[in-house]
Write a protein that binds this ligand. Structure first.
Ligand SMILES: [Mg+2]
Length: 374
């Protein structure tokens, strides 16, 4: 089964609020076609136009080539070889960053094709007894006031969510205010709802500030403190992980096995959050998960995009070890909510793993036509 084409489709909401750290406002859908008519779908969480360039760029030389040209005509089912071919053939311009992001979307589409070819959902290709549902955590942007925080958390609790992460927004401007907002979330959540805080790089390189907030969160019974520093501040992460009374989470910006091997060897976090639409796809995620398991690090995939990424994350969450949590972006925009059909189900806080072959989803063509920019 040969790869006949790699197509990119950029979708963007009519209006985008650039002040929000909300990656659900646009996306790039990847469609890989085979010579016998199968179509695999993937998605990339990055800058859509730059991803398209990484895929469609013509060949400059043996190590600078767009990803599409590197895999056309190759065996669609030989995913590991294709991954290596894309990595080596783009190595001067790639290795990490946007080219690795683009490889991730292609890899997800190749898994979709493999599942369709085998007549199996991806979860069943990955494990013999996949979980059928995964506990979700509602993922929202932090509000500016304790009152608004309490309103949103109460609302999510009433919707049946048993866990919630609040991130970005005003966090990082004042460590006292951050703990105050966290306390408002705990009061509204009650004692038994799991809560997490994503500081959105808010504490510079100040381990002191991050420890202060971590201690406050630990007293409030939070599960983790996420991304207190920029992702390359590995020394600060390692020091915080030594000192923090609650788990430190990071890794959504990290890509490929080598980044995570370094993080693990430095003991820079307790929780890894590789994003399937950035880290190198499902193929690479499985290697990252092996590294984490070897170092006793909890893996909770990052997922803030459309139902394509949600579905891919559900399939891996269905088979990997340890406590399972699925990030569930609840920001109300059409791409996040409506791109995938049928709608992914959340019942009593649990998401149902799709059971049709491949990713087990279809795309909403009407919405694609309405939001397509290229
Ligand atoms: Mg985050």
């Amino acid at each position: 089964m040969k790869i006949a084409d790699v197509e990119t489709i950029i979708l963007r909401q009519a209006s985008v609020d650039e002040s929000r750290a909300d990656g659900g406002q646009d996306t790039i859908v990847i469609r890989v076609r085979t010579d016998d008519g199968l179509i695999g779908v993937g998605e990339v969480d990055s800058s859509p136009e730059v991803v398209a360039a990484a895929i469609h760029a013509p060949k400059s030389n043996a190590v600078v080539q767009g990803l599409r040209g590197l895999i056309l005509g190759e065996d669609a089912l030989d995913r590991a070889t294709l991954w290596d071919r894309m990595f080596r053939g783009s190595i001067y311009m790639g290795r990490r960053g946007v080219v690795m992001h683009a490889m991730s979307g292609i890899d997800i589409a190749l898994w979709d094709i493999a599942g369709q070819a085998a007549g199996l959902p991806i979860a069943s290709m990955l494990g013999s007894e996949p979980r059928t549902k995964i506990r979700t955590y509602a993922s929202i942007l932090m509000e500016d006031t304790p009152e608004r925080v309490a309103e949103r958390v109460s609302d999510l609790r009433q919707q049946g969510f048993t866990a919630c992460k609040l991130g970005w927004g005003p966090l990082g401007q004042s460590r006292d205010h951050d703990v105050l907002l966290a306390a408002a979330a705990r009061e509204a959540a009650g004692a038994d709802m799991d809560l997490m805080l994503d500081a959105g790089y808010g504490y510079g390189t100040s381990v002191t500030d991050a420890v202060f907030v971590a201690e406050g969160l630990a007293e409030l019974g939070f599960r983790w403190l996420e991304e207190p520093f920029l992702p390359d501040e590995l020394g600060a992460y390692a020091e915080l992980t030594r000192q923090s009374p609650l788990p430190v989470a990071m890794g959504e910006q990290s890509t490929a096995r080598w980044d995570f091997e370094l993080l693990a060897s430095m003991r820079a976090a307790n929780v890894f959050q590789p994003d399937l639409a950035r880290c190198g796809g499902i193929t690479e995620f499985l290697l990252i998960n092996d590294i984490a398991a070897k170092h006793d690090i909890w893996v909770v995939p990052h997922a803030w995009k459309t139902g394509i990424l949600k579905a891919a994350s559900l399939h891996v969450n269905a088979v990997i070890g340890g406590e399972r949590l699925q990030e569930w972006c609840v920001e109300a925009n059409p791409l996040t909510l409506d791109l995938v059909e049928p709608h992914l189900l959340v019942e009593d806080g649990f998401a149902v793993v799709p059971t049709s072959p491949g990713l087990g989803i279809q795309l909403n063509q009407e919405l694609m036509d309405a939001l397509r920019t290229s």
